[in-house]
Design a protein around this ligand. Structure first.
Ligand code: GDP
Length: 326
């Protein structure tokens, strides 16, 4: 299909066209890259914006159950919801644990929903770029909410936070009274912490965990993009569909405030800046991975180790070979 025609279809909200376009941005082929860039440039003119929600949590915390219930609630309100994933484990295995659509059985059958598994790529940088582009495609296709899910294993949270307007951290009730070892850096990214499984026997533990996190959040440095009371923690039960309405209200309150105060645009501008630098960095790193570069690097590093060359001269030699002047 011609790019112009594909672009039209996406703007009409055609899900098959959207799926094709995402396959195009995921492709590593050079001609596909060129076509994808042209498509994205075209679609950027639509100026459509979705509410981009990042969602992180360790395996088993209830992410897919939450997305299913939360997504269905939004669909019931007449909203169109897209779900994407950044799955660092698929980068390692080539398969995707977040790829299984049956995890969101009902949502995946909804016409107003679009679910796309994580691309299998060899590195997080590659997955990041493709997901970011997929988010842009979903926005152009008129989705109101784009959920980007990731497994909480370090770096991938940063990647998702940098493509989101709001960042949710999903936690399970803690057994003891410890703070589940959630890293401070991840807490600092969260706009809303949702303590899931607040039902049945787990309810009181969930309430306690929520109170602990509310306390911990209050101790964090105040960020300019937060109104009073944010970031905050609250309990939900994805399974019993409890607290979802209230969580959605909090998200909307925060998003509206950020829009009104100009933080929304400023955050997106900062993200664009981040991704520009990141793309340059990734492209330069990729150059170091070519067979020639690896071989030359090994030779030069041996020479440096043997004292035949200084590290500075060797680095300059390699960079010159790569066409990058030092
Ligand atoms: P994910 O790995 O984060 O996607 O977690 P899942 O959504 O697959 O959920 C892991 C397990 O927790 C499943 O057995 C779910 O049924 C269960 N679970 C998810 N949400 C809730 C909840 O709100 N309450 C309870 N009690 N169990 C839940």
């Amino acid at each position: 299909m011609q790019i112009a025609a594909l672009s039209e279809k996406i703007l009409e909200g055609d899900r098959r066209a959207l799926a094709r376009a995402i396959t195009l941005v995921e492709s590593g082929r050079e001609d596909h890259r060129a076509a994808a860039t042209e498509l994205l440039e075209r679609l950027a003119k639509s100026g459509r914006q979705a509410l981009r929600i990042g969602l992180s949590g360790t395996p088993g915390v209830g992410k897919s159950t939450f997305i299913e219930s939360f997504g269905m609630m939004l669909v019931a309100q007449g909203l169109r919801v897209a779900v994407l994933a950044v799955d660092p484990s698929s980068a390692r295995t080539g398969g995707s644990i977040l790829g299984d659509k049956t995890r969101m059985e009902h949502l995946s059958r909804e016409k107003a929903a679009f679910i796309r598994p994580s691309p299998s790529q060899t590195n997080l940088g590659g997955v990041a770029r493709r997901t970011r582009e997929a988010v842009a495609l979903c926005e152009a296709a008129g989705f109101d909410v784009v959920l980007v899910e990731t497994v909480g294993v370090g770096q991938s949270e940063t990647v998702v936070a940098q493509m989101s307007d709001l960042f949710l951290l999903l936690l399970a009730p803690a057994g003891g009274d410890e703070l589940q070892g959630v890293k401070r850096g991840i807490m600092e990214m969260a706009d809303i912490i949702l303590v899931n499984k607040a039902d049945g026997d787990l309810k009181s533990a969930a309430m306690r965990t929520c109170a602990d996190y509310s306390g911990a959040l209050r101790l964090l440095r105040k960020r300019p993009q937060d109104p009073t009371g944010f970031p905050k923690a609250q309990t939900v039960s994805a399974l019993q569909e409890a607290g979802l309405e209230s969580a959605w209200q909090e998200m909307q309150t925060l998003a509206t405030w950020r829009r009104e105060q100009g933080h929304w645009d400023r955050m997106r501008a900062e993200q664009a800046r981040y991704w520009f630098v990141e793309d340059v960095r990734q492209a330069l790193l990729a150059r170091l991975q070519t067979p020639w570069a690896r071989e030359r690097m090994a030779e030069l590093s041996d020479q440096v180790a043997a004292g035949g060359m200084s590290p500075t001269v060797a680095a300059q030699d390699l960079l010159k070979g790569l066409g990058v002047s030092a």
